[in-house]
Every structure is written in structure tokens, then in C-alpha cells.
Ligand binder design. Structure first.
Ligand code: UD1
Ligand code: CA
Length: 459
């Protein structure tokens, strides 16, 4: 059986029950749209193709797809919203013959990789033509009900509005994830007929296969909360809480202590190891990774960065596109701009800005400094108020500081400049030429003391 996966994401619907007059897939849940969430999870399967069906206000969906920059993705238009079966038909001609198609409703944003993976394994094992995911939520209201025969074989799916009173009591529902041999899909998709509601239901494929003597399999969903579909405003509101709950549950599993679970914001892509402390109002964005035993105190903002084992990030620290080595200490009130590389056990203190610089192992920049375009060795000490003057008004220049350098307070290092290893600078010096190893550089004028000096009297 082929292992090539094609994905169809159905996003063309009018989302009329939500009353926002927008395609629901572009709505954010805690900062990430439904579409981004679905694609993030689905892309873990390394599909050879993803087809997004867009229709209602299609440009909003297509623009978002284009911004996300996934490989092998394309959009197809469903001009008139004539149902999920009709939407699937629009996508079907784009699907690869020799593949298995995974069809997912675009309004199911938490759909998890584990469930999809087990559906796929089951699909391959059973050599099925068609496998659907089912669950038994606390309230089946609004979902299509699963009809089975006495041998528990699936016969049909009946939508809420088409159910008779008996069928409405059925607890098992269609979760909106389908695996189907693309070959059979192409063969049977045209057999879906317009129903009495003037729609083409994707779910009618079940009965079509059964009538043609083919078996339809199902896989049960372990956590039905992951298959919540956003139809109403109430579903949308609940999804925000649910997302927080999933983050909280992940943290509990990994022994991550959240000082205030409500205020913690974490993007989908963020990777957290075990045994971490996270203070109140911490925000972790984008491609960020936090290793074991890290402590991130309140109000820290970290985006697209790596924080090594045992590092301490003190309050009100901002770190962007940077690397923090193991056991380093940053903050409070530090600003690490892109391409800062702080090595193990280094310390960056309060009111220090670092940009495009490497700070070597065990080096310290404890207070009130600007370090830009600098390469600093190990065990360097930078005095308070030091500035690497990297910009002459036209271009940026580099500062190179060797191991064991001691920079006195309020030193201006006018780049390009090189401080040889073990060198020292006198406090308040303005330096513009390279300093030899193990020497002292000082530009201070000679201190004078004028005796019996009387200040002019105040008027
Ligand atoms: C659908 C299923 C139902 C299932 C539920 C699970 C059908 C007929 N019903 O119902 O059995 O229990 O999902 O979540 O499939 N869409 C289009 N074009 C259209 C209509 C819809 O692309 O013409 C898209 C929507 O944008 C949405 C998805 O298909 O992302 C599902 O549509 P929706 O109207 O929400 O279906 P449900 O009524 O929830
Ligand atoms: Ca839905």
C-alpha cells in the first residue's frame, strides 16, 4: 500500500453559524488561526501534497496560505458552497493517483498528530478503502451520527438535521477526519447526489461504499476535546480555554511549574523540555526551545530562541532570535536583539543591550552597557556603562575582545577595535586603536586638585 499522503483541508464554508462574516479558518485562537493550527499538525505527516479548498471570501484564506509558506500546498476554489462533498470534489482532481488522501474539516484546529498517526496505521493494517474517525462526546448535538449494523459494521452517517428521533439518541459521532484511497475517491466522488437540503455531503460516501460491497472502518478518538469543531461563537470561545488547558496539561506531564497558567502564552512551535519554572506573564513565541531546569521569571518575552539547560532568565527580559548557553543568567531588564549568542555561565545584567554578538563562557556584562557586533572571549568582565561604538554614521564595525579582558567602567570602544587577551582598560577611557595582550589602555587626562577652591555663591 502506498505511503504517499495527500491532504485535503476543507475551508470554503460560509461559517454562517459564527456570524463574523469571515471564513472561520482565519480566526485566531490565542494568537494562531485555525488554519495555521491545522496545517502545523498535518504537516508533521510530511504529505506530498496539501490542497486547501477555499470559497467564501477566498482571498483571505489564500493570502494566509501564501504567507505560511508550506511546501507542496495549493488552493482550489469552491465557488458555490454546496456542501463538504462538493468541496472535496473540487480538490479531488488535484490529488495524486497513487496516494492515500487524508481529508480534514478546516474547523477542527486541535486535531492531533497522534490520532492521525494511529488512523493511518490502522488504515494500512486493515487495507481499508475508507477509514473515518469517530468519538462519543458528552453531547453529540450537531455532529453526524454513526449508523452500524448488528455486526457493528458502519452503514452510514446521518447528519443532525436529517436524524429521526431514534438516530438522534446515537452517541457515536463523525469527528470529521477521513482516510481514503485516492483511486477509490476519484472513482466514487461523482456518485454523491444532491440531497433534500440541496447539498452534497461528503459523509454520503460511507453509504456509497457500503452499497458497493466495500467495508468502511473507523478508529476511535482517545481525546474527543481534540476534535472540537468550531461552529458557533460558543465553540470559538471554548476553544481558547481548551487551548490553555492543553498547554497546562503538557506542562503538568513535563513537570513544568507555571506560576500563573492563565497568563502564560506559548506558540504551537515552542518546544519545552522537563523541569522548568515559568513565572507570570511569560510569552514564548515562534521557533523557541527551552531545555531542562531553566527558570524563566515573570514578564520575560522570548521569541525564536534557544535557552540551554539550567539557564536563568530574570524578570522583564526580552530575547529575540538568540542563543543562550547552559547555566547562563540574563536580566533583569536585559534586551537581547537578534543573533546574540551568550555562552555557558555567562551573565548579562540589568539595562544591557546585546546585538549580533557572542559573549564567551563565564564572561559578564552586568550593568548598563551596549554590546553590538562584538566577539567576546571567555571570562571577560565588562564594567558598567561600557559601549561598543559600532556605528560611525555610515557603516557598522566589529569589536573583538580576547579572553580574560577587564574593561573598566564607562569605556567607549570605538570599533573596529581589538582588545588582546588579558588586557585592561581604565575607567572612562575612549579607545580607538587595538590594545596589545596583557597591557593597560587608558586615555584619562591627568587628575588635578586645586586647593581651597570656592564655588561661586548661588544667586
Ligand atoms: C461535518 C460533518 C459531520 C461531522 C462534523 C464534524 C458533513 C456533511 N458533516 O458537519 O458529519 O460530525 O463535520 O466536525 O460533512 N465546507 C466547505 N464547503 C462547503 C461546506 C463546508 O469547504 O460547501 C468546509 C467548512 O469550511 C468546514 C468543513 O467543511 O471547515 C465542515 O463544514 P461544517 O459546515 O462545519 O460541517 P458540520 O456541520 O460541522
Ligand atoms: Ca463544523
Amino acid at each position: 500500500m502506498t505511503s504517499k499522503i495527500n491532504i485535503v483541508l476543507l475551508c470554503a464554508g460560509k461559517s454562517s453559524r459564527l456570524r463574523f462574516n469571515l471564513p472561520k479558518v482565519i480566526l485566531p485562537i490565542n494568537g494562531k488561526t485555525l488554519l495555521e493550527r491545522s496545517l502545523f499538525n498535518l504537516n508533521k505527516l510530511s504529505p506530498s501534497k496539501i490542497v486547501v479548498v477555499a470559497g467564501f471570501k477566498k482571498d483571505l484564506v489564500i493570502n494566509l496560505v501564501n504567507q505560511l509558506d508550506y511546501p507542496n500546498i495549493e488552493c482550489v476554489e469552491q465557488k458555490e458552497q454546496l456542501g463538504t462533498g462538493h468541496a472535496l470534489k473540487k480538490a479531488s482532481s488535484l490529488l495524486d493517483e497513487n496516494s492515500v488522501s487524508l481529508i480534514v474539516n478546516g474547523d477542527t484546529p486541535f486535531i492531533d498528530f497522534d490520532t492521525i498517526k494511529s488512523a493511518l496505521d490502522d488504515y494500512k493494517k486493515n487495507k481499508s478503502v475508507f477509514t473515518i474517525a469517530t468519538s462519543t462526546p458528552a453531547s453529540p448535538f450537531g455532529y453526524g451520527r454513526i449508523l452500524r449494523d448488528n455486526e457493528k459494521q458502519i452503514l452510514d452517517i446521518v447528519e443532525e438535521r436529517d436524524c429521526n428521533s431514534q438516530q438522534r439518541l446515537i452517541k457515536e459521532v463523525n469527528s470529521g477526519l477521513y482516510l481514503i484511497s485516492t483511486e477509490e475517491l476519484k472513482k466514487y466522488i461523482n456518485k454523491i447526489k444532491k440531497n433534500k437540503n440541496s447539498e452534497y455531503y461528503l459523509t454520503d460516501l460511507v453509504n456509497i461504499f457500503v452499497r458497493n460491497g466495500m467495508r468502511v472502518d473507523s478508529i476511535p478518538i482517545k481525546d474527543e476535546r481534540k476534535f472540537i469543531n468550531i461552529n458557533t461563537f460558543d465553540d470559538y470561545r471554548k476553544a481558547h480555554d481548551l487551548d490553555k488547558m492543553f498547554i497546562y496539561e503538557e506542562c503538568i506531564k513535563k513537570n513544568i511549574f507555571l506560576a500563573d497558567p492563565n497568563s502564560f502564552q506559548k506558540d504551537l512551535e515552542v518546544k519545552l523540555s522537563k523541569n522548568i519554572y515559568i513565572g507570570a506573564n511569560v510569552i514564548l513565541k515562534g521557533d523557541t526551545e527551552i531545555k531542562e531546569n531553566v527558570r524563566i521569571e515573570s514578564n520575560a518575552y522570548i521569541s525564536n530562541s534557544y535557552v540551554g539547560k539550567g539557564a536563568l532568565i530574570k524578570p522583564y527580559t526580552s530575547i529575540e532570535s538568540s542563543q543562550i548557553g547552559p547555566d547562563a543568567q540574563i536580566g533583569p531588564f536585559s534586551n537581547l536583539r537578534p543573533e546574540s549568542n551568550i555562552k555557558n555561565k555567562a551573565k548579562i545584567g540589568n539595562f544591557v543591550e546585546v546585538k549580533k554578538s557572542e559573549v564567551g563562557p563565564e564572561s559578564k556584562v552586568p550593568h548598563l552597557s551596549y554590546i553590538g557586533d562584538t566577539k567576546m572571549g571567555s571570562k571577560v568582565n565588562i564594567g558598567a556603562g561600557t559601549i561598543t561604538c559600532n556605528y560611525d554614521g555610515f557603516s557598522k564595525h566589529k569589536t573583538n575582545i580576547g579572553d580574560n579582558v577587564f574593561v573598566g567602567s564607562d569605556t567607549m570602544l570605538i570599533a573596529p577595535i581589538k582588545l588582546g587577551k588579558g588586557s585592561t582598560t581604565g575607567a572612562g577611557s575612549v579607545l580607538s586603536s587595538d590594545i596589545p595582550e596583557h597591557s593597560l589602555a587608558v586615555t584619562r587626562i591627568k587628575e588635578k586638585h586645586i586647593k581651597n577652591w570656592k564655588r561661586k555663591p548661588k544667586k
